[in-house]
Structure formats: C-alpha cells, structure tokens
Design a protein around this ligand. Structure first.
Ligand SMILES: [Zn+2]
Length: 344
C-alpha cells in the first residue's frame, strides 16, 4: 500500500510548498513538470518558493500526455537526478509526471490546478499511446498540495467533471462487489467504503458545491483525494472504476473529446445504476443540480454513439467483470436502457 504522507487542502496553501519539502527531506533539488498554462498559474510560484528555500529547481513543460511525453520527462529525470518531481497541472500533466517519476523511481508531489478527476491523488496514470484506453499503475503521490484559490479559477466544467467522477463510485463499488460474489475477485471493504463514502458526501453536498464557494470545492477535493487513496489501498482502480468508466472509455474511443472524463462517467453511472437496480434517478437529479450532463445531447454525442459505446463497454477490458458481463445484453436491450434512463 502506497499512501501520501502529506495532504494539504486550502486557500493559499501553495505558499507552504517549501515547508512540505523540508518535512519530507527534499532540500537539494526538484523538477517541476507542468503545462505552459499551468506553469504560469502555479508552477512558477512553486519554483520561486523552492528557490527561495535554496532548492535547485529545473522546469520541464509538457503539452500533451503521450508515451513520448513520458519518455521525454524520464530523460530529463535521468539527466538531472532530482530528489522529487512536482506535478503541476490538471489531469494530463499530473499523469505524465506520475508515470515518468514512477519509472525512474523518484517520488512525486501532486499540485492540482483543477478538480476534474481522481487522478490528482491516485496511483494510476492515464497516458495516450498505450494499447488500452484506461489507466495503468504508476505510483501514489508522496504529497498532495491542493490550493483551493488556484483551483477555483479553473472553468466550472472541471468541478462538474470531478463531481461526476466521484458520483460514479456508486456503481463502480457495486461492480467490484459483484465481481467478488460471482468471480471470487479480491474485495476490500475498507477501500470500497472509502470510495462509496466520497460519492455519498458529494451527492449530499451538491447544493453547497453548486454555490461555488470554497467550502463546496473542499468537499469535492477531499472526496477526489479519498478516492485516490482508496485505489492505493485496493492496489488497483477497482473501487473507482467499473462499468460506468468502461462506458466512458468506450464513448471516448467512438467520439474522442466529447464531454470530459467525469461528465461521461456521470452519465454512465445513471445507466449502470439502473442495471444494478439502484436509485438511478437520484444520480440523475444530483447531476442536474450540479449542472452536469445527463444525456447524449448534453454530452454532445449522438444516440447511436451511446448505444455503440454500451455495446463496446464490456469488451474494452475483459478481465474487469461488471454488471455488463453478468447481464450480457444485446443491441435492443441497450437501446431500451438508454431510453428508459432518459440518456437518449
Ligand atoms: Zn475516473
């Protein structure tokens, strides 16, 4: 089990970056990995603060999250041998820094600039260029520094996506439980409960989150971080990624870049909750409160794309047993499912 040693969430806490480094023993050198935008938003400040503290800092800017980017960061790590890598950014920059630092066996500190998905704290990394569209094991961050005053400046859609990714745990935990009961797959109650509690907290605080106050953002960030920790405890993405994520991956393959990850997962969770005979309407209503997409139209995809994605979902990751494998539905069934849940 790899767990973060320091997690700080709050207004202006980026200023404590040197203090965190001191406690963790990173006093000599660091590499800041960021995108050009996120470098200006937060990376530069991290660099200044570390330099003031006497740490030698290098910067590496990445613009995408492909294997090539990971290799480039790895070369940089090999050349500089920093004590720690700072991953500053939304999803993709963190994923690149996470995977490259893991390969080079250097710890990394996550400094998210958005709250759009649970990758900000998870040990998994999603990088384009691999055969599979889902994430691979990398390493958990040694620390997470989530400054709410920075994250508040990101577009509201990122918050919506983050909420969708957390609410999706309602169905991913059910899929995990099912795989345990029917396929004797390892199931960890603690990891499952942590993921489930995060989803319930976000559901319960939808109105607060919607008010766009710092307090609501904190609830979401803590939920996203707890989801990341639940994956560290489980040793896989199992507690946080079930049939609804398979749907999201499938839809992204069919229609790339339509809707954000968490937005697609939220819509997936509505349909998968129906299949699990859970309260799908509650999920739909909560997503509506947040202003998140609840149907194909709002995701910007066609009805046919949704049905094709549903059909493709169970084939994307054959070893991941979910409700889709159990029910083994056909084209008409999927069409009925999407219609009944108002997704098409
Ligand atoms: Zn996710």
């Amino acid at each position: 089990m790899q767990l973060p040693r320091e997690v700080i969430v709050g207004k202006g806490i980026i200023e404590r970056v040197a203090e965190v480094c001191r406690r963790l023993g990173f006093r000599e050198s660091a590499l800041v990995v960021a995108g050009s935008k996120t470098y200006n938003i937060a990376g530069k400040r991290v660099r200044e603060l570390l330099e003031d503290y006497g740490v030698k800092v290098d910067t590496f800017l990445v613009e995408s999250a492909t294997i090539k980017d990971v290799e480039a960061v790895e070369e940089k790590i090999k050349a500089l041998a920093p004590q720690v890598v700072f991953a500053v950014g939304g999803g993709t920059k963190i994923d690149v820094a996470k995977l490259s630092s893991a390969h080079q066996e250097v710890p990394f500190i996550s400094v998210p600039t958005t709250a759009s998905h649970d990758g900000i704290a998870s040990p998994l990394s999603s990088v384009k260029g691999f055969e599979k569209p889902y994430s691979v094991m990398a390493q958990a961050p040694i620390a997470i520094i989530a400054d709410t005053s920075i994250i508040m400046q990101a577009p509201w859609r990122h918050v919506i996506s983050g909420c969708g990714d957390v609410i999706a745990k309602l169905t991913s935990v059910k899929d995990w439980r099912l795989a345990h009961e029917e396929k004797r797959e390892y199931y960890g109650d603690y990891a499952a409960s942590l993921a489930l509690m995060s989803a319930k907290l976000v559901m319960r605080n939808a109105e607060l989150i919607k008010s766009r106050k710092e307090e609501g953002l904190r609830v979401l960030l803590e939920a996203l971080i707890s989801c990341g920790v639940s994956m560290s405890i489980a040793g896989s993405s199992r507690p946080c990624s079930g049939s609804e994520h398979l749907f999201s991956h499938a839809l992204d393959t069919i229609k790339p870049n339509h809707g954000m990850h968490g937005e697609r997962c939220g819509v997936g969770a509505i349909m998968m909750a129906y299949l699990h005979r859970a309260d799908w309407k509650h999920i739909e209503q909560t997503l509506e409160v947040l202003g998140a997409p609840v149907n194909a139209n709002e995701l910007g995809v066609e009805k046919e794309d949704v049905i094709r994605a549903l059909e493709m979902s169970s084939t994307i990751r054959p070893e991941r047993y979910t409700i889709l494998n159990k029910l083994n539905l056909n084209h008409e069934d999927y069409e009925r499912l999407a219609k009944t849940t108002n997704v098409i």
